[in-house]
Design a protein around this ligand. Structure first.
Ligand SMILES: Cc1cc2nc3c(=O)[nH]c(=O)nc-3n(C[C@H](O)[C@H](O)[C@H](O)COP(=O)(O)OP(=O)(O)OC[C@H]3O[C@@H](n4cnc5c(N)ncnc54)[C@H](O)[C@@H]3O)c2cc1C
Length: 403
């Protein structure tokens, strides 16, 4: 049996294609959209036009038996700009929610609606977090109540920090059906385009990732048809019955989604770190002090060596987790969380070093490294903070419920 870390022809082609888009379309626009703090519609439209923002691209990426294609695309997009990358790929979190919890029929119906068409691209959002339920997703207050007479679910509650929240055409909302069961009493619901009772609350002004829209989502007697419950009513009833009897259940709505998407979010962090290392290396070769290029000082050269080494190490963890996910290997050591933990922390560290290497130039907006540092920080927070990743890893390794 052969083993290789070399990318094959198809993977190299995708990598080059996304890289060219990142270099030619995303990078030149990154500063403008960071300053505007708005969703970069022209870039999403261009991504849709070339087929990068499409259900076909995502299907092909998920079909890659090595699992690397989506990781490669995520890294390249974030190398271009993480804010725009999240604006483009934010919808995939909702897709992952539908894939993790929906029936094949629901996947076929709803996933294409997350993207729309090349002429009219659409956005999707995945709404879990609430003001009092961030890391602790078991304490969600948003309620889903079944109206049997109408075969409808009625959703009420307020979600916060939601990427594409309120501007999305389709929202996937995680709500509690039976609060007494904590996360085991939760289910995911599709709120299709045009549903009354869903609206945007406050839009947040952020430190980084400013081209990506983040807002509250308010659900006020929001009624969705019974078929919008992902997985279906029978499966939910069965799962709730098992939970009430104290038996184990296969998956919990929000957790199943996060576990599947972590390597791809981690790949974005790798993209930021790589961008910052490349930029700092180029700068250090050109910037001269004391009659020599600053890279000729060991202090700077060693920093650059560590930046590259840590970035490559993070990428290897991402590739391992992506390969395991694609090949149905259980994350026995929480390998998805390992990749997210290391990649997020690495991106923060590497971008901070990049600012140091640029000196004063690193601190001003004429150069992108300060933006990359601001962007990197979110990767230690969303999709589970670094502390929560450590908790997941520690629990997986020890088999104990570490607090
Ligand atoms: C830009 C942005 C985009 C986002 N997009 C989405 C989205 O699309 N959908 C969505 O549902 N959510 C989204 N989020 C929410 C994000 O997932 C949460 O912010 C994150 O899970 C952390 O929750 P919290 O902010 O409430 O922090 P808290 O849970 O309040 O944590 C605060 C601190 O306490 C620590 N902590 C908490 N519990 C423990 C523990 N048991 N042990 C040790 N330390 C602990 C945390 O690590 C952290 O350092 C987004 C957030 C941001 C900022």
């Amino acid at each position: 049996m052969s083993f290789s870390l070399e990318l094959d022809g198809d993977q190299l082609e995708v990598q080059r294609w996304v890289h060219d888009f990142a270099a030619e379309v995303i990078r030149p626009a990154a500063h403008e959209w960071d300053e505007r703090e708005e969703t970069p519609w022209p870039i999403i439209e261009e991504a849709a036009r070339i087929g990068l923002y499409s259900v076909d691209f995502l299907s092909a990426a998920f079909a890659d038996p090595t699992g690397l294609q989506l990781a490669l695309a995520s890294e390249e997009l974030a190398w271009g700009d993480a804010g725009i990358a999240v604006a483009i790929f934010g919808s995939t979190l909702a897709v992952t929610g539908i894939l993790a919890n929906g029936t094949p029929e629901q996947q076929g119906e709803w996933i294409p609606q997350c993207f729309g068409t090349p002429d009219r691209p659409k956005l999707a959002a995945f709404a879990v977090s609430e003001a009092d339920a961030g890391s602790d997703v078991s304490s969600l207050k948003t309620r889903a109540v079944y109206d049997q007479a109408k075969d409808e679910w009625v959703l009420n509650g307020t979600k916060t920090w939601i990427t594409n929240g309120g501007i999305a055409d389709l929202h996937v909302v995680v709500a509690s059906v039976d609060p007494a069961l904590g996360s085991r009493g939760q289910a995911s619901f599709v709120v299709p385009e045009g549903t009354p009772g869903i609206s945007q609350g406050q839009k947040f002004k952020k430190m980084g990732l400013r081209a990506s829209h983040t807002a509250e989502v308010i659900l006020d007697d929001c009624r969705v048809p019974g078929r919008c419950l992902l997985g279906g009513k029978d499966r939910l009833d069965e799962r709730l019955a098992r939970a009430r009897e104290g038996k184990r259940s296969a998956s919990q709505a929000a957790l199943a989604t996060f576990e599947a998407s972590r390597p791809y979010v981690a790949a974005q962090a790798v993209g930021i770190a790589r961008a910052a290392h490349e930029y700092a290396l180029d700068y250090a070769k050109v910037r001269r002090q004391f009659g020599r290029a600053i890279v000729e000082n060991q202090a700077i050269a060693f920093m650059l060596a560590d930046m590259r080494t840590r970035t490559d190490a993070a990428r290897l963890l991402v590739w391992r987790a992506a390969w395991m996910a694609a090949n149905g290997k259980p994350f026995a050591g929480a390998e998805g969380s390992q990749s997210k933990l290391v990649a997020g922390e690495t991106a923060v560290w590497v971008t901070e070093r990049a600012i140091q290497i640029l000196g004063g130039a690193g601190y001003v907006r004429d150069h992108p490294v300060e933006r990359w540092h601001r962007d990197s920080k979110i990767y230690t927070i969303f999709e589970g903070t670094s502390e929560i990743q450590r908790l997941v890893i520690a629990r997986a390794l020890s088999g104990l419920h570490i607090q």
